[in-house]
Structures are given as C-alpha cells and as structure tokens.
Design a protein around this ligand. Structure first.
Ligand code: FAD
Ligand code: DLZ
Ligand code: SF4
Length: 503
C-alpha cells in the first residue's frame, strides 16, 4: 500500500482530527513543521510563538507514543524551507509519496495556498458544531443576521441546557444578570500555572534567540502545552471560577487580568480542548447545583453561540471581509498599542497586560482597546493585524469577525446590531481604571476631560446620518443634535486636538 503524508498544522492538535481519522499508522507519515512563514505573517506575540511551537512538539511526541510515524521539522533545522508548502513537498519527496492529506486550515489565505499544492486532499474541519457551508446556507438571504437566532438553533441541535423543547430556566439568555462590577476584595482564582518542561525550555530559548525584538514578554511562561494540562486548567475553571463567571463576565480590575474568566481560548483554538465536551461539563456543574444558571448559560453561549457564529461569518464572507471599512476609518494605529505608553489608564492597563500575558478578556478587548479605536477612527485593517498578533488565542477565523465586525462595525452591521461605542462612564462603571487616571471621567470638556467622553460625541457627530437610522443609536444622535452649537464646536475642537496628538 502506498503511503501518504498527513499534514497537521499548529492549531490542529487534536487526536480526533479528520486527517488522522482516515490515516494508516503503518503506511502513512505525519508531518508537522515549524516555519517562518507562519511565524511572520503578522508579528505574533512571543508567548504565542512559544505556545504554538511547544504545543506542536508535545503533540508530535504524543502521536509517536500512540504509534504514528512523525516527521517533525524544527524552525532552526538548516534544511527548513520556511513555508508549509515547501515542507510538504520535501516530505513527500523524502518518502516517495504522491498523495497527501490535510484538514482545512482556519485561515482563508492558507486554504487558498493549500488548494494549489499538488497531490493534497483537504478534508473539512469537523471540530466545530456548525458546518461552515451549512452556516452559509442558513445565513444566505436572511435579512438580519443575529447571533441569538443562531444560538437557539445550536441549543436545540446539541440539547445543551434544554428541558425538553424549552430552554432550562425558561429563558434562552441570562446576559442581563452578567453585568456586575467586581470588588477588588473578592477572592479571584488565578488560572493554574504550568512550569515549563525540557521541551518548553528549549522552545523558550529558541524564541528568545530568534525573535529578540518581537512584542510580548516571553517569561514567565506558564501556559498548558499538552491536552492533559489544558484539561486540568479547564477543570480548575469549573471548580473555582465558573460559579462567578456569569456575574462578573463584564467586569475589569487593574492588576487582575483574569477575574473569573476561563482563560482557555488559547488551548481550545489550538485543538487541545473539545468545545462540546466543555459545554457538557459546564451544564453538569449547573445540574449538580455547583454553578448558577446565568454562569452556565453565559459560558455555553460564548462557545456554541459566539464562537461558532463568528466562524460561520468568517468563511461565509471571505475573501473580502478582511478589507471591509464601512465607517471609512483611516487613522494609523497609535504607537502606544505596541508600547503601552499612554496616559489613558484603561488603555495602559489593557495593553501592558496584553504585552505580559498575551491575554485580555472580552470586555477589555471590546470596550477598551476596541472602543478606543472605533471612536478614534483607526483603520480596521491595522487594528485587525494588531489583535491577530498580540493574543495567544488569535487565528483569523475567530479574530477577524470579532475585530472588524463586532468591535469596529466595519462590516456595516452584518455581525453586530449596533456599534460598541461607549463613553468613559461605561469603563468607570465596569472597572477601577479611572481612579488612577490623569483624566477625569466625569469631565465632559476641557483639558482633563476623559478622551472617551470627547471622542464618543465626535464619533456620533461623524456618523450621525448612519447612526440615526439605527434604532439602538438614534437616541445618541438626537442628544448630539440637541447640544448647543458652541458645545458641539468645543467637543469637536477638543476631540480634534486630542486626535492630532495621537502618534
Ligand atoms: P471566557 O470569557 O472565559 O469565555 C469562554 C470561551 O468562550 C472563550 O475561551 C472562547 O473560546 C469563547 N468566546 C467568548 N467570547 C467569544 C467571542 N466573541 N468569539 C469567539 N469565542 C468567544 N477570541 C478568540 O478565541 N480568539 C481571538 O483572536 C479573539 N479576538 C477577539 C478580538 C476582539 C476585538 C474581541 C472583542 C474579542 C475577541 N475574541 C477572541 C473573543 C474573546 O475576547 C475571547 O474568546 C476571550 O477573551 C478568551 O478568554 P477566555 O478563554 O478567558 O474566555
Ligand atoms: C500560529 C502558527 C505559528 C506561529 N507557527 C506555525 C508553524 O510554524 N507551523 C504550523 O503548522 N502552524 C503554525 N501556526 C498556526 C497556523 O498559522 C494556523 O494553522 C493557520 O493560521 C490556520 O489557522
Ligand atoms: Fe479610561 Fe477615561 Fe477612565 Fe482614564 S478616565 S481610565 S481614559 S475611561
């Protein structure tokens, strides 16, 4: 029997992967390759690089122990061609294979490239609940595409939190109960930290040597890099954080990057965890009385709702979705997104945390770094590249719709029903950042006015025609129009002065 090369990518670290299921341990060869093309297409955070390479090396080891023949090409192998296509060609030639098999990648650019690789069969990635073609068929021709409708379908399809045909607790969505501010005195469970083993240490040394100038603090490095440790991290979340996850889902606190969040997206998106198994475990916690329904429902909605919904949109709208710019925003990304050096305390906290942890939770991404970019009119493409680079969980299928759709409204409202634009009052309500800020969150004008307050009105004024047609933003436009002309002029002047100072 002639063998085939089975290509496994860095975010396909799942033993049940489609390409492995149909493969033959005796005849076929697995190929995994660390390549500069994947490390370089955006300037990935150094912790992300270390995570991907170390998790790949551990997965290769697990496969070998399970009886697979694995070719593993290291980044520092002198023969490394630098691209996945080059490594596949080399491996096929090495073994005299004419055929190769891979699972669909999570990014359109790579799928396009892979379609041109001779002899390669590409199988659908069935690690998701919704098939991407099925999603497109559901979405096509719908007037308004709302996550909530899709989420209910997924609840029915999986039976998660269903009592017969009805949602458990009589409601589909408990989001309104998930908006409490956190008190710094609350006991916050930190995610478990895993000490680097010899494989990870070697990777850390390589990343330090090969990427000395990249964004991101490399050490301490404590991520799980194996399925066993990722499962332990998730079990820790179930036990220590899930009970309060829902209540404090939107809260932010200085010096508390993780609060009651799961901190598992990096593991899940790389294939180390299984989304449905996670949701079943969360439901079991609720059924056993160890977690409240608002927490269990909030978590399950993120996974079978938002995560699947954004993936569906990505594949349905690519190519092209990466270039949308409905609000015609062209300002360059300010340098402080890379340095953290800004006197806006909320941005400083979220960006320095991102630099140190390659992690920020959803509200930090959406309502601080995202909200600022939206209000300031930052080019959504530049912002997209930033989010794709700086978070350890970022792959384009999940990051792009969250950035250009949810956060920047650059798709004109395909994904979100309104722009997530907010003044400083929102950040003050949900965090303690304003207490140490040089700006005054209560001030609406003048040199100490919180820039979010100024820019919020600048944004409303800039886009008032479009926003007036949106039922959820029309009230803000009416308020702007009721401001006296001299107040409008001052807001415009103060905002423009602030924007002119952005480097
Ligand atoms: P939790 O708050 O504990 O939530 C549990 C899980 O739900 C997460 O692990 C994640 O898998 C899933 N989830 C929650 N919200 C979303 C969402 N909006 N879209 C998809 N999955 C979701 N998430 C990524 O996984 N990768 C990204 O590159 C990414 N980029 C983002 C960019 C922007 C601008 C915004 C606003 C959000 C982005 N998100 C992204 C969604 C979300 O911020 C992260 O999934 C979450 O912060 C991960 O942390 P956690 O595991 O502690 O999540
Ligand atoms: C993110 C990443 C990085 C940094 N490096 C590699 C690599 O060297 N080899 C590899 O197979 N995959 C890597 N990845 C993950 C890919 O970028 C990812 O598979 C595609 O972006 C598709 O989601
Ligand atoms: Fe951010 Fe404004 Fe609060 Fe300062 S005052 S932390 S800029 S919201």
């Amino acid at each position: 029997m002639t063998g085939r090369t089975i290509l496994i990518l860095g975010d396909q670290l799942s033993p049940q992967l489609a390409a492995l299921r149909g493969a033959n341990r005796a005849a076929d060869r697995v190929l995994m390759a660390e390549v500069m093309a994947e490390a370089d297409y955006v300037p990935h955070h150094r912790k992300k690089l270390a995570f991907v390479f170390s998790a790949m090396r551990h997965f290769a080891q697990d496969l070998r122990e399970a009886g697979w023949q694995v070719d593993y090409v290291r980044l520092d192998d002198p023969a490394n061609t630098g691209t996945l296509g080059g490594e596949l060609r080399r491996a096929m030639a090495r073994h005299g294979h004419e055929r190769a098999v891979a699972t669909e990648p999570g990014e359109w650019r790579l799928l396009q490239a892979m379609r041109g690789w001779p002899g390669l069969e590409i199988l659908p990635d069935d690690r998701f609940l919704a098939d991407r073609h099925g999603f497109a068929a559901w979405a096509e021709g719908r007037k308004g595409l709302r996550m909530e409708h899709f989420y209910r379908l997924m609840r029915r399809k999986t039976g998660l939190l269903m009592d017969g045909g009805e949602p458990a607790g009589g409601r589909w969505n408990f989001d309104a109960e998930n908006r409490s501010r956190a008190d710094p005195d609350l006991a916050m469970p930190s995610p478990p930290r895993f000490a680097p083993d010899a494989i990870t240490r070697e990777v850390l040394d390589m990343v330090a040597a090969r990427f000395p100038d990249r964004f991101g603090t490399l050490e301490p490095f404590w991520f799980a890099v194996t399925r066993t440790d990722a499962e332990a991290a998730f079990a820790h979340f179930l036990r220590h954080a899930l009970p309060r996850f829902g209540t404090y889902q939107d809260a932010m606190l200085a010096g508390q990057p993780f609060l009651f969040h799961a901190v598992v997206s990096t593991y899940l998106n790389a294939g180390l965890l299984d989304p449905l198994a996670m949701c079943r475990a969360v439901e079991a916690e609720w059924r056993a009385g160890r977690a409240a329904l608002n927490s269990a429902e909030g978590f399950i909605r993120q996974i079978i709702g938002w995560r699947e919904f954004v993936r569906g949109i990505y594949w349905w709208r690519m190519p092209g979705y990466d270039r949308v710019n409905a609000l015609d925003a062209h300002r360059p990304l300010p340098e402080f997104y890379w340095s953290g050096e800004t006197d806006l305390a909320c941005l400083r906290a979220c960006i320095t945390q991102t630099r140190d942890e390659a992690y920020a939770h959803h509200i930090q991404r959406l309502m601080v770094t995202g909200n600022f970019a939206l209000l300031a009119g930052i080019d959504p493409h530049a912002l997209h590249e930033w989010y794709l680079a700086v978070y350890a969980d970022a792959y384009e299928w999940v990051e792009l719709p969250n950035t250009v759709g949810m956060s920047q409204f650059a798709d004109g409202g395909l994904l979100a029903s309104k722009p997530y634009a907010a003044s400083g009052a929102y950040i003050d309500r949900m965090s303690d950042y304003c207490r140490t800020c040089t700006y005054d969150v209560k001030a609406k004008a003048g040199p100490r006015a919180c820039p979010f307050n100024l820019l919020y009105w600048h944004f409303v004024a800039r886009h008032r025609e479009r926003l007036a047609r949106n039922p959820r933003m029309a009230q803000a436009v009416r308020t702007w129009e009721r401001f006296a002309p001299d107040r409008q002029d001052q807001l415009r002047r103060d905002s423009e002065r602030f924007l002119a100072g952005l480097a």
